[in-house]
Design a protein around this ligand. Structure first.
Ligand SMILES: NC(=O)c1ccc[n+]([C@@H]2O[C@H](COP(=O)([O-])OP(=O)(O)OC[C@H]3O[C@@H](n4cnc5c(N)ncnc54)[C@H](OP(=O)(O)O)[C@@H]3O)[C@@H](O)[C@H]2O)c1
Length: 293
């Protein structure tokens, strides 16, 4: 069997189109244009690309993008002052501080300073707590995109065995919470798990967010399972240069799985689309409307 390739680019484009329609309706009905502020401290080339893409896609969806590019010598106090200013600005509905931050700035302090109602990354302890309680809040973008991709295959996830490899606060842990809320039976595996291949083989949905190229082999995948590969790893290419691979050995897993996300072109594009969805949700909630569809 060869797995269906889950087209993250197409799913993300469809989500962005739905968001743009809702943004236009919000403008028409309430005169409100959602605004996203993105703060980049220092000159990390990868972060610079992310920020540029985020800003472009925000504008394409009809929202306002406010970008702040600040020097890597910035003090923690200056960043906290900027956050305080953005927290009270009525035209800013979402605030994202691009990580990593330079060593003189505590990421925890900064993330906790963001108004939870504008926390489009879903990293504030209040939003993490709401997610853990199964209550409505703002959920982190990458796992949100993963759950959407899994639902694009299965419709309902109820009763399925979801195995999440990785327990980071950014991906694995919130993904596990979301799968619980989808009524999956959830296992979370990590570096101390005793029988990782055995745990993976029980998965109807196998989400891998580790950061180790090709960690998960084809014979770890249950036949017909849905594999969501979050990993982004740059490895040397035959003949020179580099290429991106995931955490799953794609060529092996594609022969066994029922559906699988490619790297690149799977989870990655969904992350920014979910950021736009969260920004729209923040703007809608501020004006007494329900979360974005
Ligand atoms: N597509 C996207 O938009 C997107 C977004 C975010 C991240 N990513 C990618 O996703 C990957 C994971 O990111 P992250 O931020 O979650 O990473 P992270 O914070 O480094 O967490 C990695 C997790 O993997 C676990 N782990 C490490 N080695 C393992 C092993 N040999 N077997 C089983 N588990 C192991 C760690 O376990 P312990 O907790 O026990 O140490 C940890 O929980 C990276 O490649 C990153 O680039 C992609």
């Amino acid at each position: 069997m060869t797995a269906r390739i889950i087209d993250g680019k197409a799913e993300a484009a469809a989500l962005r189109t739905r968001i743009a329609t809702e943004v236009a309706a919000l403008k028409l009905e309430k005169g409100v244009v959602p605004g996203l502020a993105v703060v980049l401290v220092g000159e990390n080339p990868a972060s610079e690309i992310y920020v540029r893409n985020k800003a472009a896609q925000t504008r394409e969806a009809g929202m306002n993008s406010f970008e702040y590019r600040l020097p890597d010598t910035l003090s923690e106090r200056a960043l906290l002052d900027l956050i305080a200013e953005l927290n009270v600005r009525p035209d800013v509905h979402g605030i994202l501080v691009q990580l990593p931050l330079p060593p003189q700035i505590s990421a925890d302090k900064v993330l906790e300073a963001i108004d939870p109602a504008k926390d489009v990354d879903g990293f504030h302890p209040i939003n993490a707590g709401l997610l853990a309680l199964g209550k409505p809040g703002l959920a982190p973008c990458t796992p949100l995109g993963c759950v959407m991709l899994a639902k694009s295959v299965h419709g309902s996830l109820r009763g399925l065995n979801a195995v999440v490899v990785g327990r980071s606060n950014i991906v694995g842990r919130p993904a596990a919470q979301m799968f619980i809320s989808e009524s999956c039976t959830v296992t979370v595996a990590h570096s101390q798990t005793r029988d990782l291949p055995g745990e993976c083989r029980r998965a109807d949905i196998l989400l891998v967010a580790v950061g180790r190229p090709n960690l998960v082999r084809g014979d770890w995948v249950k036949p017909g399972a849905t594999v969501i590969d979050v990993g982004i790893n740059r490895v040397p290419k035959d003949g020179g240069g580099t290429r991106l691979v995931g955490d799953v050995a794609f060529a092996e897993a594609v022969e066994v799985a029922g559906a699988i996300t490619p790297v690149p072109g799977g989870v990655g594009p969904m992350t920014i689309a979910c950021l736009l969805a969260n920004t729209l949700t923040c703007a809608r909630k501020k004006h007494g409307l329900s979360a974005a569809a």
